[in-house]
Design a protein around this ligand. Structure first.
Ligand SMILES: NC(=O)c1ccc[n+]([C@@H]2O[C@H](COP(=O)([O-])OP(=O)(O)OC[C@H]3O[C@@H](n4cnc5c(N)ncnc54)[C@H](OP(=O)(O)O)[C@@H]3O)[C@@H](O)[C@H]2O)c1
Length: 307
């Protein structure tokens, strides 16, 4: 429809993005999908563009969720692709916005980032005012956010959702965990003391919609549940919810050996709190891990041989 406000979504074909157009439609937005493949069928998308022909003129908002998955070995070549698909895509997006007449620029850019920006921080409570940390992911996220912040000079409200470990059906993290734990092979990673800033997929998507709609939210916003868990407690709670033991800790050295840099990232912890979202009035549907697991495992949490 012509006079509906419109949101362009880069990375809409991905795990997080594909559920957004339906939620935005419920808020009265039409959606333009941006994909390298040129399109597909996603409920709520009525127009497609490729990144090369991106034209966000007249859109109310752009949500940028592009990023090559990092849950693999980090080779020099893959690091180049992680960077290009985040910092490179964001730089080109901001240049596209710069080239538009001021009156037709989107009002808001919601540009993904990650809690990895904080590095490995032990028990420190991390809100958006905490300083970024060290390490490869922290550096990547800093550059990614800096690229997005450049749009502020164009009069665009920029929100930087610092996304945690997303738990959602069909998602890479949750499905791998579920299968391993269901087979009775789950266990804590390393010492298990590291904090896991998890978030339920439904809450994350709702937070991204909130970022588009709420004019008072600006800057970094931790997209993590209000109650992060230590990896060891997360492990016990998931095992309990699946009625399986959690007996087999995975030693830190084995994770690093098998997964290299990504293995190291799994051993790093961030006790992140969603201060900005809460101050802006956002309410989490799944604030506790127990409530999230109950929803995610509904129908699949029967004991073996049980009803
Ligand atoms: N899932 C998580 O737990 C999590 C946690 C923290 C941060 N994040 C961040 O949130 C964003 C979305 O995550 P997601 O889980 O939805 O990711 P995803 O399922 O892997 O989807 C990301 C999208 O990015 C685009 N993309 C992939 N490789 C690209 C490349 N080399 N160049 C340009 N575009 C590329 C793809 O769109 P097309 O193929 O259609 O172009 C893809 O649909 C990512 O930036 C990710 O780093 C996710």
């Amino acid at each position: 429809m012509q006079d509906q406000p419109r949101v362009a979504i880069i990375g809409v074909t991905g795990f997080i993005g594909r559920g957004l157009p339906g939620l935005l439609a419920a808020e009265g937005f039409a959606c333009t999908g941006i994909s390298r493949s040129g399109g597909g069928v996603i409920e709520g998308i009525d127009r497609w563009q490729t990144p090369a022909a991106l034209d966000p003129a007249g859109h109310h908002a752009v949500i940028n969720l592009a990023g090559e998955p990092i849950d693999r070995r980090w080779t020099e070549d893959s690091r180049r692709r992680f960077h290009e698909s985040r910092v490179g895509v964001t730089n080109r997006l901001v240049e596209t916005l710069r080239a538009l007449p001021a009156g037709s620029r989107p009002k808001v850019l919601v540009n993904a980032s990650a809690v990895g920006i904080y590095g490995d921080r032990g028990d420190e409570l991390l809100t958006e005012t905490s300083a970024p940390g060290d390490g490869y992911l922290a550096e990547l996220c800093r550059e990614w956010e800096a690229a997005a912040i450049a749009a502020e000079d164009l009069g665009v409200r920029v929100v930087r959702p610092r996304i945690g470990v997303v738990l959602g059906r069909g998602g890479p993290a949750f499905e791998k965990l579920r299968l391993v734990f269901k087979a009775g092979l789950g266990g804590r990673l390393g010492s298990g003391l590291q904090w896991m800033p998890w978030v339920h997929l439904a809450d994350l998507r709702a937070a991204l919609v909130h970022a588009v709609v709420s004019a008072s939210l600006t800057g970094a916003a931790n997209c993590t549940a209000p109650q992060p868990e230590r990896n060891g407690d997360f492990t016990r709670k998931l095992a309990r919810a699946l009625h399986r033991p959690a007996l087999l800790p995975v030693p830190g050295f084995a994770l690093k050996l098998a997964l290299g840099g990504f293995g190291g990232a799994l051993l790093a912890g961030q006790r992140a709190l969603p201060a900005a979202l809460r101050e802006d009035g956002f309410r989490f549907r799944y604030p506790t891990l127990e409530s999230a697991l109950a929803e995610l495992l509904e129908g699949s949490d029967r004991p073996p041989g049980g009803p």
